[in-house]
Design a protein around this ligand. Structure first.
Ligand code: SF4
Ligand code: FES
Length: 265
């Protein structure tokens, strides 16, 4: 097997990278062009930036700042616009899982940070995505009985519901949905975070109060959804836009429930 692998040939590419450089939030920013040669098809997009940074440092220049952590498509930090597409050209793929085989020898690749009012640039390709955390914080905790771990399967959950909740829980909080949306809306993210709790029995106690708090916090920071669907197309976890319908339904129910409570006062 190892022999087979060593006989495999990997295409080598020469690329031009047009990369956004910005010294800080107040700096106007500019594109910087770099030629990068002898890049293997097997290199990931972030590895290409690593190679470029090593060269910049060797030449006594400042390295390009970009966010990354797990490099396994889990943490959601590798937030880059690549040729105008959030996370680049491969559907259902985070930037760290994107490999150079998706590009052609001689390509010019434009690399930018997320472009959204709620995500100010910290430096170069790194943005501040803390507004997403504010939405999650607004959701608070779920009521859960303390004590020993309950027996498995003690709470029956239909498979279709468990699958839908699991699909929503796949959201890695990357913010590509916001960056891809012409309104800078965070409805796909918020819908995913709400659906993975609101669909399950364990999430019912605070279902409506959580929906109200998270949607209203989302509205403080982000634009409004006008059903473009760009969020779903850009999402590396292929979260369905159905979670937005689920969220809107729960938010409306919360508002009607509050109205009934007010009328009883
Ligand atoms: S919904 Fe998709 S695009 Fe939006 S934050 Fe979650 S994983 Fe990223
Ligand atoms: S670095 Fe963690 S998802 Fe890409």
């Amino acid at each position: 097997m190892a022999g087979e692998r060593s006989e495999m040939t990997h295409t080598i590419k020469n690329l031009t990278l047009k990369i956004w450089r910005q010294n800080g939030p107040a700096d106007a920013g500019r594109f910087e062009t770099h030629q990068i040669a002898e890049i293997s098809d097997e290199a990931s997009f972030l590895e290409v930036l690593d190679i470029l940074n090593e060269r910049l440092i060797e030449q006594g220049n400042e390295a390009i700042t970009f966010d990354h952590d797990c490099r396994e498509g889990i943490c959601g930090t590798c937030s880059l616009m690549i040729n105008g597409q959030a996370h680049g050209p491969q559907k259902g793929t985070a930037t760290c899982q994107l490999h150079m085989r998706k590009f052609t020898d001689g390509d010019e690749i434009v690399v930018e940070p997320w472009r959204a009012r709620a995500f100010p640039v910290i430096k170069d390709l790194m943005t501040d995505r803390a507004a997403l955390d504010r939405i999650v914080e607004a959701g608070g905790y779920i009521t859960a009985p303390t004590g020993g771990a309950p027996d498995a399967n003690i709470t029956p959950i239909p498979k279709v519901v468990a699958d839908a909740a699991m699909d929503a829980a796949a959201c890695i909080g990357c913010g590509a949905c916001v960056a891809a949306c012409p309104n800078g809306a965070a409805n796909l993210f918020t819908g995913a975070k709400l659906s993975h709790l609101n669909l399950l029995p364990q999430g019912q106690a605070e279902r409506l109060s959580r929906s109200e708090a998270m949607v209203e916090t989302m509205d403080e920071y982000f634009g409004s959804c006008t059903n473009h669907g760009e969020c779903e197309a850009a999402c590396p976890k292929e979260i369905s836009i159905d979670v937005i319908a689920q969220m809107n339904g729960d938010y409306l129910k919360a508002k009607f429930k509050n109205r009934k409570l007010l009328s009883k006062r």
